[in-house]
Write a protein that binds this ligand. Structure first.
Ligand SMILES: NC(=O)c1ccc[n+]([C@@H]2O[C@H](COP(=O)([O-])OP(=O)(O)OC[C@H]3O[C@@H](n4cnc5c(N)ncnc54)[C@H](OP(=O)(O)O)[C@@H]3O)[C@@H](O)[C@H]2O)c1
Length: 229
């Protein structure tokens, strides 16, 4: 594959929402789900999320479990994956706690968006893409650079807009979704895949690989069929 393997990892309410209608940070899943999320982050070379997600949380999830850090060392990985935010505008707040967290950071942005972040103080790596309409953002071309930079696996942590964009380009390989026992409702509450959506006959299809139940949560793991199959 000429791009990293990308695993989407999300928690979702029973009615299919990934946050409430105020689009706040999603803090509704259990400790078991947070442990599962940390394990997926620990497995990856990099973590990717949209700026909407970073705005909601102000932080990212670092690997804290010593056994997971040791396993990374055994695999020849750095202690923490690089945490990469996608923000075409580059409108991010340097006061967010994210910028003090002990993780390497990356930014995918446009030339204008990159301007305030050139100093190297906040981001270890910048990927700067010529400004294009959002729907023309060339993810396959960008992601093709990643394996040569040591990024062979990415954990995609949302949100719905970034996921929709990557899915549209056939760039998501597997999906981990935890179904949580609450009903959030609300027409404006985000869902796992935002944007324009797919017509049913063209929608990506998936195969269930694993399902587990812990308490009232259901942990689902699906393989995404390659585009066009
Ligand atoms: N339950 C979960 O597991 C989970 C996980 C992650 C996130 N969430 C929730 O998801 C929400 C954030 O998701 P999101 O979809 O709003 O943001 P997102 O996918 O994290 O990031 C979207 C970003 O993409 C850029 N963008 C480019 N074109 C866009 C367009 N047409 N529309 C919107 N954004 C566009 C914008 O960046 P710039 O403005 O920076 O240019 C925007 O901030 C939050 O409520 C968060 O709590 C839940």
């Amino acid at each position: 594959m000429d791009r990293p393997r990308i695993s989407l990892v999300l928690a979702m309410s029973l009615d299919g929402k990934i946050a409430d209608a105020q689009r706040r940070a999603a803090r509704f899943s259990s400790q078991a789900d947070l442990d599962h999320l940390e394990a997926r982050v620990a497995a990856a070379d990099g973590v990717l999320f949209g700026s909407g997600t970073l705005r909601a949380y102000g932080t990212t999830l670092s690997v804290r479990n010593p056994a997971l850090i040791e396993a990374r060392r055994q695999r020849g990985q750095t202690d923490q994956p690089i945490h990469i935010v996608w923000s075409p505008s580059g409108h991010l707040d340097p006061q967010w706690r994210f910028f003090q967290q002990p993780v390497p950071r990356g930014l995918i942005t446009t030339p204008a968006g990159a301007q305030p972040w050139q100093t190297g103080e906040f981001f270890d790596r910048l990927w700067v893409i010529p400004k294009v309409p959002t729907d023309a953002w060339n993810w396959p071309k960008l992601l093709a650079q990643f394996p040569t930079q040591g990024l062979h696996t990415l954990a995609l942590l949302g949100g719905g807009h970034l996921t929709a964009d990557l899915l549209r380009h056939g760039c998501i390989d597997e999906v981990y979704i935890t179904v949580c026992p609450l009903l959030l409702g609300g027409a404006t509450a985000p869902t796992p895949v935002d944007g324009e959506g797919f017509l049913a006959e063209l929608a990506p299809r998936l195969t269930l690989l694993e399902h587990r139940t812990i308490g009232d949560e259901v942990f689902l793991h699906y393989l995404v069929h390659p585009s066009g199959v």
